[in-house]
Design a protein around this ligand. Sequence first.
Ligand code: URA
Length: 304
Amino acid sequence: MRSALNALTDELRRLKNTGVKTVAVSDEAVAALRRVVTARAAGGQRPRRAVAPAASKPVSSPAQVRPSVAIVRDPLPAATLPAAPVVALPEGDKAARWAALRELVLNDATCRANVRAGKKVVLGVGSLDAKIMFVGEAPGAEEEIQGEPFVGPAGQLLTKMIQGMGLKRGEVYIGNIMNWRPQMPAAAGVEQVGNRPPTEQEMRYCLPYLRAQIDVVNPEMIVALGATAAQGLLGFGSFKALGDIRGAWREFAGKPLMVTYHPSYILRSMSNRSKRMIWEDLLKVMARAGLPISEKQRGYFLER
Ligand code: URA
């Protein structure tokens, strides 16, 4: 175990010495490494299961985790995107307007040019009468395959959070700032591993499509998931740390906006404390939306 960790550290040091500044690590890899480190801190025992997510194959050492670590050797040069689209939807009911928007987005040449062959442009999904709209940052690997936001590990957790609020996934609307998965270099024919946050320019390009979704759905409130989504909505440089702005109502597109942590933060930390922080923000959302809150719900993730 120690030699595998040493090998990983040596490799990272070597990359640093060759000028590599950024190493993107998948959520699964971080979670697996965290379990190894936690187990060692708890008594140096070999963890029984230093594994990636439950359904996937057991990973017995960090050396085996390494393939899911993507090294960003040459971050893509800031691609020059055209001016952000001006979205004009036809008159009509919500369904017709949303269908028109979907056509626009799926056929947007810039969106399509930023999606790798065989992958999909992604638009939000959910109830067009939703009171609550969740907004994440960008599609990931699963999302660009299925063409739907939040269907990977973070999405499954988001679905559980929504259910914890007493709602079904289909009763809310779930979108992202981005309509494509931000690309990272990968050799031809090799799947992109890991994700990078979208650039300000990329978010600025896609934002009109998110605004149009807000316009069509007309939710009573918006929940931004994570710092990147919050930056996209509130503006870059508008806050220092997510902890400074989460949990308090703000405004976006004339709607009350609650900023909270991204579900992948919970996947990384797995602590009741982080779950409780998100939950407290969601309790505020429930209260504002007039959803019933039971005593049991009120006490979720409180340390005993
Ligand atoms: N993370 C996001 O922000 N959006 C998704 O759709 C999936 C993961």
